[in-house]
Design a protein around this ligand. Structure first.
Ligand code: GTR
Length: 430
C-alpha cells in the first residue's frame, strides 16, 4: 500500500469532561491515539500516481468506490428500475401560507402491496425559480419534523420510545413535531430553500433482523436469504433510499435538481455521506457528526471504534467490514477517501465539541487528508489551516465547524449549512 507520511499528532485541542458523550473502555486521550499510515487517495491500485483530473475521474474514483462497496458499506443493487412514485398530496398553503407542501409515496418494489417510503417536501411559496433543496433522512417519522396535522404517519417499524410517541413499535399522533428542533423548516423556507425528508425505517428498520424486513429481500436472488459479505447493510440501504428520493426530485419541476444538498445527522449522517460520495447527482454533501464509519478516521480508534460499531450495530455495514475489528490498519481505505469521493463537489463536515464519541478531530482530519484530491480538481481545500475554534466555521470549497454543545443537529448547524449553500450556489439568502 502506498502511503501518506506518518502522521504525528497535534497538541490536544479538546479537553475531556465528564459531561462529554462517551462510553467506558474507549480512548478519549489524544496522546494515546496510535500512529498510523493512511492509504493514499491519489495512488492507483497499480501503483501509479494520479496526476490529473482525467485519471481521477476515469480510474481512481471508481477504484475507491469499489473498495468502500466491498469492504465497508456493501454494494447496493444496480437495478432500481422497479421503484415507482405515486399518490402525491399537495398543500399550497402550508406553514401559514409560506410554503408548499408535498407528500409523495415511493413504491420501493413497484407495487402498492410492497414496502413504501413517504417523501415529505416543503418548498418556499412564490419562488421565482425552482429552489435548491436539502434532502435528509429522519429518525422518528416525517410527522416528527413538523406539527402540521396533515403529515402522514409512518406505518413502518419504529424503535420503542420512553413516552407514548411510539406504541408497539408504531408511530402515534403524539409524536407530531417532537423532533422539530432538528428540522427548522420555517427558517429554511424563509431563506428560499426547500427541504425534503423520509423516515429511515421506511427504507430499512434500524435493528438487526437478519435483513428480512425493509428493502433487502426485494433484491435477493432466488434462494438468497441475506446479503452476501460484500453486499449492502442498512447504511447502504438508507443511502440507496436517498438516491431514490433524488430520482423523484429529478422529475419534479418545482425543484432545482441541480442544487440538491444531501445531509444527515449521526448514523443518518453516515448514510448521507455515503449517498453523496457515491451518487454524483448530489451537488453538496453535508455530514453532521457522523463519526465512526462516517467522517471520522477509523485508524485513530478515538471514541467509537470499528469493533464496537460492528458489535453494537451488526446490520449497519457489510459483513466484510467485520474483518477490520481491532484491525483498522488493514483497511484498504479510510474515511478521508470517502471525503475525497465528493470532490470536486462541495463538502461540509461538522462536529460538536462535547461529542467525543464521534471524534471531532478525526472528522476534521478526514477533510484535511482529502485535500490533495480537491486541490487536484481545482477546488479550495484545507491547506495549512488547523482545526478552527468552537463556533468558528471555516468555509472554503470544503467546510468545517465544531459547534459548542452536544451531539445533535441544531439551528446553528443549519444556518452554517445554508450560508455555505449560498456561497456554493451563488445565492444571498440572509
Ligand atoms: C450511536 C452510535 C454512533 C451514532 C449514534 C447516532 O449509538 O454509536 O455511531 O450513529 O448512535 O446515530 O445517534
Amino acid at each position: 500500500m502506498t502511503s501518506l507520511p506518518l502522521y504525528s499528532f497535534l497538541p490536544i485541542f479538546l479537553m475531556i469532561s465528564s459531561s462529554f458523550a462517551q462510553f467506558d473502555g474507549f480512548n478519549y486521550d489524544e496522546s494515546k491515539v496510535p500512529q498510523f499510515v493512511l492509504p493514499d487517495p491519489l495512488t492507483l491500485e497499480n501503483g501509479d500516481q494520479v496526476t490529473n483530473a482525467h485519471v481521477w475521474k476515469n480510474s481512481r474514483r471508481a477504484e475507491i468506490v469499489k473498495l468502500f462497496e466491498t469492504y465497508v458499506y456493501g454494494k447496493a443493487p444496480d437495478n432500481t428500475s422497479s421503484v415507482r412514485f405515486g399518490e402525491a398530496e399537495i398543500e399550497d398553503h402550508a406553514l401559514d401560507g409560506t410554503a408548499i407542501r408535498k407528500q409523495v409515496k415511493l413504491y420501493l418494489g413497484g407495487t402498492q402491496d410492497g414496502p413504501t417510503a413517504d417523501l415529505l417536501i416543503y418548498l418556499p411559496a412564490g419562488s421565482n425559480s425552482p429552489p435548491p433543496i436539502f434532502l435528509g433522512l429522519n429518525f422518528q417519522g416525517n410527522h416528527s419534523v413538523t406539527d402540521e396535522a396533515g403529515i402522514w404517519l409512518p406505518i413502518s417499524w419504529m424503535p420503542e420510545a420512553d413516552d407514548e410517541t411510539v406504541v408497539d413499535h408504531r408511530a402515534t399522533e403524539s409524536g407530531r413535531g417532537k423532533k422539530g428542533a432538528r428540522w427548522p423548516i420555517r427558517e429554511i423556507i424563509a431563506r428560499g430553500y426547500g427541504v425534503a425528508t423520509i423516515y429511515c425505517g421506511d427504507i430499512d428498520p434500524d435493528y438487526d433482523d437478519g435483513f428480512q424486513n425493509g428493502i433487502h429481500p426485494l433484491f435477493y436472488d432466488d434462494g438468497q436469504t441475506r446479503p452476501r459479505a460484500d453486499e449492502w447493510g442498512t447504511l447502504a440501504a438508507w443511502a440507496w433510499g436517498l438516491s431514490r428520493a433524488m430520482d423523484y426530485l429529478e422529475t419534479d419541476h418545482d425543484i432545482n435538481h441541480n442544487q440538491v444538498a444531501v445531509l444527515g445527522h449521526s448514523r443518518l449522517g453516515k448514510a448521507a455521506f455515503w449517498a453523496g460520495a457515491h451518487d454524483e447527482r448530489f451537488a453538496l454533501v453535508i455530514s453532521n457528526e457522523s463519526g465512526c464509519g462516517g467522517a471520522a478516521l477509523s485508524r485513530r480508534r478515538f471514541g467509537e471504534t470499528v469493533k464496537r460499531i460492528n458489535t453494537k450495530f451488526p446490520h449497519w455495514f457489510c459483513e466484510n467490514f467485520q474483518k477490520f475489528n481491532d484491525n483498522e490498519d488493514e483497511l484498504p481505505v479510510d474515511q478521508h477517501m470517502l471525503a475525497a469521493l465528493v470532490a470536486p463537489r462541495p463538502l461540509y463536515v461538522a462536529s460538536a465539541e462535547e461529542d467525543l464519541w464521534a471524534d471531532p478531530r478525526g472528522e476534521f482530519l478526514s477533510l484535511k487528508f482529502a485535500s490533495p484530491v480537491f486541490t487536484l480538481l481545482g477546488r479550495r481545500a484545507l491547506g495549512k489551516e488547523t482545526m478552527p475554534g468552537r463556533d468558528q466555521p471555516l468555509h472554503l470549497d470544503v467546510a468545517y465547524h465544531i459547534r459548542s454543545g452536544k451531539h445533535d443537529i441544531t439551528l446553528y448547524d443549519w444556518q452554517c449549512y445554508m450560508d455555505f449553500a449560498d456561497e456554493q450556489f451563488g445565492r444571498n439568502s440572509k
